[in-house]
Design a protein around this ligand. Structure first.
Ligand code: FAD
Length: 382
């Protein structure tokens, strides 16, 4: 039997690495191109650690390549929300009536590295780091990459873009007039802060996702295996009440003492983190179509980036890979049929979670603290 043509996967993030594993398992040689150097040898960019809530949707995909146990060994199950009011005791709101169901806090970097290890262990997968896609001819699959050694040309019969929210593959299709896209940015951004271990132990309950709902702002904290918490503050990027409004260490301490008083004694590096960690942008990406000619396709954030308030972006990207694998099964590996089928199947789901993620922002920053919501939760769990 002849070896099938090599598939190009552009972007070795969460979706790209998982996709490479699935495609290699189907017998395809895979070239995985990544613009960054190998992340397993480098340092995490300051304020971009991001720990994810990994749920059953994502775990299901990992289980299919036998990676679930390894990933879960570093995960911390969170069985509910711990809602912190400005004054008074925090209130635990379990995610399930029985209290035994959990979402799992996991470092995005560690998850990416585990997936990269899995992909590079497969003889059919070759990874080219430091390869930034800058050109693509959708008609021929000819690609151009910028590398430290200069421009490199490559081609593939099928090119799959898993290169994230700012996808260059999507940009190339847009540039050729082959798709339309809409990018809706929130006027909110996010900044990471750290609550380190206290006396060698977690400073907050590690079995909960912590939320400080404050109406126009919100902070969350997820536990890490080193017993620290990564806090993420969501706040408008401009205006009188915004990231830009705290111009001095005194103003930062004053603001947190007023709105997040229980966090101040737990965050000794608060001012330094606040002043030096970047503000990330948040937005929803929609595009159509997700594939062109059955030879170029988009998956994960490249096709449908969402705001992080439902904790489902990565889970959804993993589900995409499982869904495409199923479409290839059904279509006998005929890509010209499988990629359109994949879009028909996944696009309504992606739109649904995009809307739910936006709606959950309002719930998390506001409604979880409302007396009506809390009373309803108490009735549900009685
Ligand atoms: P990415 O992870 O962005 O990977 C894209 C890859 O492509 C990167 O490695 C990038 O370097 C590479 N690349 C980019 N351009 C090029 C190019 N031109 N050439 C070659 N390579 C390129 N999701 C959850 O499920 N649960 C959560 O709790 C959660 N929390 C989040 C919190 C925050 C603050 C944020 C910002 C996101 C969160 N997400 C969460 C979303 C999640 O991080 C993304 O949905 C997920 O990373 C998408 O995976 P991806 O592989 O599609 O894209």
């Amino acid at each position: 039997m002849t070896e099938p043509d090599e598939i190009a996967v552009v972007g070795a993030g969460l979706a790209g690495c998982l996709l490479a594993c699935f495609l290699a398992r189907r017998g395809y040689p895979v070239a995985l191109y990544e613009r960054r150097p190998d992340p397993r040898t480098g340092r995490v960019e300051r304020g971009r650690s991001i720990n994810l809530a990994l749920s059953e949707r994502g775990l299901d995909a990992l289980r299919r390549i036998d990676l679930d146990k390894q990933v879960m060994a570093d995960a911390l199950p969170m069985r509910g929300r711990m809602v912190h009011p400005v004054t008074g005791e925090p209130e635990f709101q379990p995610y399930s009536v029985t209290g035994d169901r959990a979402i799992n806090s996991i470092s995005r970097g560690a998850l990416n590295n585990a997936l990269l290890d899995a992909a590079t262990a497969l003889p059919r997968v070759r990874v080219a780091f430091d390869h930034r896609l800058v050109g693509l001819d959708p008609a021929t699959g000819a690609m151009t990459f910028e590398t430290p050694q200069g421009t490199v040309a490559a081609s593939a019969s099928v090119v799959l873009g898993t290169d994230g929210a700012g996808s260059a593959v999507r940009g190339q299709l847009l540039g050729h007039g082959l798709l339309t896209e809409s990018l809706d940015f929130l006027d909110y951004g996010y900044k990471e802060l750290t609550v380190p271990p206290r006396d060698g132990d977690f400073a907050l309950d590690p079995a909960a996702l912590h939320i400080w709902p404050r109406g126009t702002s919100m902070m969350i904290a997820l536990p890490n295996p080193d017993r620290s918490f990564t806090c993420t503050l969501f706040w408008p990027t401009h205006g009188t009440e915004s990231f830009a409004s705290l111009g001095s260490p005194a103003a930062i301490v004053r603001h947190f003492a007023q709105h997040y008083p229980d966090v101040v004694p737990l965050a000794p590096d608060l001012v330094d983190d606040y002043q030096h960690n970047p503000v990330g942008v948040l937005g929803t990406v929609r595009c159509d179509p997700w594939q062109v000619g059955g030879t170029v396709g988009l998956l994960g954030d490249a096709a449908h980036a969402i705001v992080p308030f439902y904790g489902q972006g990565a889970n959804c990207a993993f589900e995409d890979v499982v869904a495409l694998d199923g479409c290839l099964d059904e279509c006998g590996d005929d890509w010209s049929a499988a990629l359109p089928l994949f879009q028909r199947r996944r696009q309504p789901d992606a739109e649904a979670i995009a809307r739910m993620a936006l709606a959950n922002f309002v719930e998390m920053r506001d409604r979880v603290a409302s007396p009506v919501f809390r009373a309803r939760k108490r009735v549900e769990h009685a």
